[in-house]
Design a protein around this ligand. Structure first.
Ligand SMILES: [Zn+2]
Length: 667
């Protein structure tokens, strides 16, 4: 019945769709780039499946050299001084356009967080990056696009766009390569540079042949074969889990700027990022997986981006799970720990996440989202989860899909109604604050009876709460259902319970209690009203401290006396004296015996305030922390020698535990 109804609905849907929506516009682009002079010259022939009016979007830095609509030349009015020129066209089947101009210099300047915002198509000898959405070619507004792009570059340069490499040749002092992308794509990005290409062909688990390549700058050419090995491994892993790899190539491309971009058929990563030994084991797999989630199925951005959470869960998190249960639990702790560090005012419903713009949106859009998939797998079981993933892929390949489509796939796979589950984790801001309110045990015939009262904040979530019970007969884990603000569960146990621990493995998305979330650097980084405290009165120290605060904190630090978060900066002896004056614990023993030119650690004062202490031997040692320190948000303590981190760690977390006392006891 449902199958037939679905078929009829699909048929009606197909009849109602305009023909143009079924056949996205197709570009045939030829582009010549001279990185030395940053000159770009392009011609594009855009074909529409059926005549339609369209608006083309092109960066204002280009001059339109000619424009013809269905063979008729059209004059274009003047262009704006900056931003984009939008060219509204009458209904047409074919548009021909030539354009040229000077690209922006490839900026090496970074903002204070080490990220680069690419608004402009940019070029230089070291690299060219023309992002999709930068207006480097006349994009058809609001449409997915197919394309063929032919690149024309100086002989010593190589370049590519996402897609299948159709032909490549070197002649007359030029390098030319043509690429095709035959599925509807979200836009076209172009990369070029003085690359060395390494290539390998591999046959995947599904039997198709894939061309693997590295486009690396000469200084990292030696890393190529290791990267090719890793890509082959990831393609195999995800084909088995999800379905056939949807493309015919995958390339890793180096960038002179410290970036990380994933696109269909390739990933574009900074040279220094590619050099990091752990990238092959983590970020590379994440980027390969984006060919299924994000570039194989497109998120419905207006209704929330699910692709980062699902990719984080099936890549970064899955690798930790493969390592050990402890490593996986540590990853969940890190997510929840970051969440606890986020001021509630920065929180937002997951459904509103579209892309990463700052630390708080990453915590929701990546971490909370990945935790949703983790809880979902706990709820429906691994087999149904994996089946749901495969079903979602096969139903939505090269389509725009929303959270609702994901929910539908998991509902079909599990036979469960998941509306309430998705609603509470997607639509609501925040997370439950769980605690054990009471626990009592009494002997009954054949064993013991344990009553556990749990509380969560309002509004209540429907939760299946894991309890780890230490009994006279060993450890037992039970799940209890809690759907109100307070509830009591009665458990029958074979032996006398001695201790109840609340979700010690951190299987629920929740706001951790203070002892479960010992302070980390991120607490200061995300703080709503951080305060900068100078423990040493010295102009060089003060200058370095201000620079450090600007690089570390998302919000400007004030110097008011009271705040929930303090960044305290000074020389070693002055920091020790400040701690004594404030009645705070002295320098932790882990650090007291370590050397290093600077030490950084977090502490929680009795009044709940979080204090980050930055203790250095001199002012240059403080200044050396400005660049590296923001990268260690998940640590509680760090030791530096100059700008080099030589030791790090986090303070141990204490799970929420209730000790059961004999009836005659104090409690
Ligand atoms: Zn990602």
């Amino acid at each position: 019945m449902t199958r037939l109804a679905g078929f009829v609905a699909a048929l009606i849907g197909a009849l109602l769709l305009p023909a143009a929506a079924a056949a996205p516009p197709a570009h045939e682009i030829r582009v010549r780039i001279e990185p030395d002079s940053r000159f770009l010259e392009g011609r594009d022939s855009i074909r529409f499946g059926a005549p339609r009016a369209a608006t083309l979007v092109l960066s204002a830095r280009f001059r339109i050299d000619s424009l013809a609509v269905d063979g008729q030349r059209i004059e274009v009015a003047g262009r704006p001084a900056a931003g984009f020129q939008r060219i509204a066209l009458p209904a047409a089947r074919r548009v021909d356009l030539r354009w040229s101009g000077i690209l922006a210099p490839l900026e090496r300047n970074l903002d204070h967080r080490g990220t680069l915002a690419y608004a402009e198509p940019a070029s230089g000898k070291e690299g060219t990056f023309l992002p999709s959405g930068s207006g480097w070619y006349p994009a058809v507004e609001g449409a997915l696009e197919r394309y063929s792009v032919e690149l024309d570059l100086p002989a010593e340069q190589r370049g590519l766009v996402p897609g299948r490499l159709v032909e490549e040749r070197q002649a007359g002092g030029r390098y030319r390569a043509r690429f095709e992308f035959s599925e509807p794509a979200e836009g076209i990005a172009l990369m070029a540079g003085p690359y060395r290409i390494e290539e390998r062909r591999t046959r995947t688990a599904a039997g198709s042949e894939v061309r693997l390549r590295t486009y690396f700058h000469p200084e990292i050419a030696g890393l190529a074969s290791g990267y090719l090995d890793s890509i082959a491994g990831y393609l195999d892993l995800y084909e088995r889990r999800i379905g056939a790899y949807p493309f015919s190539e995958f390339s890793v491309v180096s960038s002179p700027t410290p970036t990380g971009f994933g696109m269909p058929t390739l990933t574009y990563l900074g040279i220094d990022v590619l050099r990091l030994p752990f990238i092959r084991a983590t970020s590379l797999g994440h980027e390969v997986l984006h060919n299924w989630w994000g570039n194989g199925v497109y998120p419905d951005y207006a209704r929330g981006n699910w692709s980062e959470g699902l990719t984080t869960f099936m890549a970064d998190y899955a690798y930790r799970e493969r390592e050990s249960p402890e490593a996986a639990a540590a990853a969940r702790l890190a997510w929840l720990r970051d969440y606890a560090a986020m001021p509630p005012g920065d929180d937002a419903p997951l459904v509103r996440f579209t892309s990463r713009t700052h630390g708080a949106s990453q915590i929701v859009g990546y971490n909370k989202s990945a935790m949703l998939f983790f809880m979902l797998r706990d709820l429906i079981g691994e087999a149904a989860f994996e089946q749901g993933v495969r079903g979602f892929w096969s139903a939505n390949r090269f389509r725009i899909a929303s959270w609702d489509d994901l929910r539908g796939a998991f509902e079909r796979a599990s036979g469960k109604n998941l509306a309430a589950f998705f609603e509470q984790w997607l639509e609501r801001t925040g997370a439950p604050s769980l605690r054990i309110a009471d626990a009592e045990a009494k002997p009954v015939a054949g064993g013991w009876q344990l009553s556990v009262s749990l509380e969560q904040g309002a509004p209540a979530y429907a939760l299946s709460v894991p309890l780890a019970l230490r009994t006279a007969g060993g450890e037992i884990t039970r799940r209890v259902e809690l759907s109100r603000e307070r509830g009591t569960a009665v458990l029958e146990l074979p032996a006398e319970p001695l201790q109840v621990a609340l979700d010690p493995e951190l299987r629920l998305m929740r706001r951790l209690a203070a002892a479960e979330a010992p302070p980390i650097l991120r607490d200061a980084m995300l703080a709503g009203n951080p305060t900068l405290v100078m423990a040493t009165a010295n102009t060089a120290v003060e200058a370095a401290a201000r620079e450090l605060a600007a690089s570390l904190l998302e919000r400007a630090a004030s110097e008011r006396k009271f705040a929930s978060t303090q960044l305290v900066v000074g020389f070693h002896a002055d920091i020790d004296a400040w701690l004594v004056r404030e009645g705070m614990p002295s320098r932790p023993s882990t650090l007291a015996t370590t050397r290093g030119s600077a030490q950084v650690w977090t502490a929680r004062a009795d009044d709940g305030r979080i204090v980050v202490l930055v203790s250095a031997q001199d002012a240059p040692s403080l200044a050396a922390l400005v660049r590296p320190l923001p990268h260690y948000g998940r640590d509680s303590y760090l030791v530096f020698e100059g700008a080099r981190m030589i030791e790090r760690g986090s303070w141990p977390a204490q799970p929420q535990v209730w000790e059961l006392k004999p009836k005659a006891g104090v409690r």
